[in-house]
Design a protein around this ligand. Sequence first.
Ligand code: ADP
Ligand code: MG
Ligand code: ZN
Length: 618
Amino acid sequence: EAFIPKIIEVNYIEGSGDKRWSSHDFSWTKELEVNNKKVFGNHSFRPNQREVINATMSGCDVFVLMPTGGGKSLTYQLPALICQGITLVISPLVSLIQDQIMHLLQANIPATYLSANMEWTEQQEILRELTSDYCKYKLLYVTPEKVVKSDNLLRHLENLHFRELLARIVIDEAHCVSQWGHDFRPDYQGLGILKQKFPNTPVLALTATATASVKEDVVQALGLVNCVIFRQSFNRPNLWYSVVPKTKKCLEDIDKFIRENHFDECGIIYCLSRMDCEKVAGNLQECGHKCAFYHGSMDPPQRAFVQNQWSKDEINIICATVAFGMGINKPDVRFVIHHSLPKSIEGYHQECGRAGRDGQRSSCVLYYSYSDYIRVKHMISQGGAIEQSPLTSGYNRSNMINPGSILETNTENLMRMVSYCENDVDCRRLLQLVHFGEKFNSSTCHKTCDNCLKITNFIEKDVTEIAKQLVELVKLTGQRFSSSHILEVYRGSFSQMVKKNRHETVSLHAAGKHLAKGEASRILHHLVVEDILVEEVKKSDFYGSISSILKVNEPKVCNLFAGHRIILRFPSSVKATKPGKSDATPAKGSLTSGKQNVFPIDTPQPQTEVDLNLSAKL
Ligand code: ADP
Ligand code: MG
Ligand code: ZN
């Protein structure tokens, strides 16, 4: 009599904080503790590890949200060791799989993997072993492609299941299921077949990044039933966040920042392009830093060499694209610098997360300029031109279900990153955590981000009229100019360019002369973030450079003129900026002399405003 599980509408149960899962009275408790020490060499469990293990071993479907480095692997490797049968692990990258298997074999845990680029005979041998009554493997790793495309594998899994030897199905990096995530892999969407075929086998889905919509997607696509969710705070109290205006002397600023705060300490500088990596690394070397670059067009031994040098502290700083970082476990990374705009808040959070694994205070500094937004946007629209994280780089783009919607998602993710950077009022932690669906009380930031450090109070101001004027101005000048040009006209410039185009005769010329440059540009950029104005980016045929034109998005403009108000925040008491000191570097010795002034608080632009709604939307 087959047992048909009843599917209940409510699809998940909050597991964190439920005392049941932290009990030490499960029949397997003793065995867990012994093996955790003996086989894995751990003295204790980290937050949520015991709970997750107890829930999955009780037979529940479990969804785990745990920051990178939190110890997700143990939550399935330990059960795999002590349960009957085989644990199937789906993991997105062969290199990640190989790394895991190496560690398992070192601990004497029999594990293997199947991937499409393996010799056929080797695959056959592993499959044959699965059919054996005395199968030696405890864990079988596969890539998602393998599950979706290999009927042969599915038949072997059915056979294992029939013999009650399929212990558990693990989906690692589960956010790859979702188009909303930053690492979408189409084949992950086909993994729902596993729950259909093996409805009673417990599924354990693991990820370090999931917004509410990603979580929804994952639970849906995998067909998880009454899933127990464990999530822990993504806040990293020992990371200090700041965003600094990126100027022409950005490289000087970075050199100075490192010299004064992290001299001879270990760090990562994320750069947008391969060329940038080499340029930044070269420059810092000249300044006397022990530094190298790392990117996707280096061959694997070269990359491994650099990574190894860095791991052994033979060099301090690595200038890398996002290709660098996955699976990196260096505990004493003291700073992560973003030389240009990251592509999404999730990516940014994860990249910053590589700092301070040892719990010691570390800095995350992002150098932001609006023109980098134009650059990244252009690269995204070109597809492929931009370096990908290793998770997404391996697959063929023609696999994509809907390339158009991917482009849209990427653009939207980028936009949120822009509004994060433009926001100079709200707590950086709050802005990040809201994005992960987490509530956060900014007062617990304790001035460990630039915004909390400099803002004491703010007032709200209605800037709707200014916004309307800016939109009008874009129209009056024929939707042919860049945002910086529009700002010049609005603030009443008489530059050659303005004169040449006779903008000084346009009715709104100088209408915004009472505004500081920073104020006007923040409002304009806000209109772009809100999709009321759109940046049309293109490569100029002549010089091969990128240019951008501001256009009006009519449907959204209607809202603006139909009574929709735009409220922005202004700091009402801003810490006085010391005259003559406009570089983006904190005071010397600040790091040792206490918790103040660690952040570059003197910025070239005046403090301005930010929309309240932004944080709600982020
Ligand atoms: P994640 O997959 O969540 O990013 P990993 O599973 O790769 O993290 O674990 C990160 C590191 O933490 C590994 O080096 C692992 O050995 C270590 N680790 C995991 N659990 C524990 C524990 N209970 N005690 C000590 N170290 C642990
Ligand atoms: Mg992992
Ligand atoms: Zn803060």
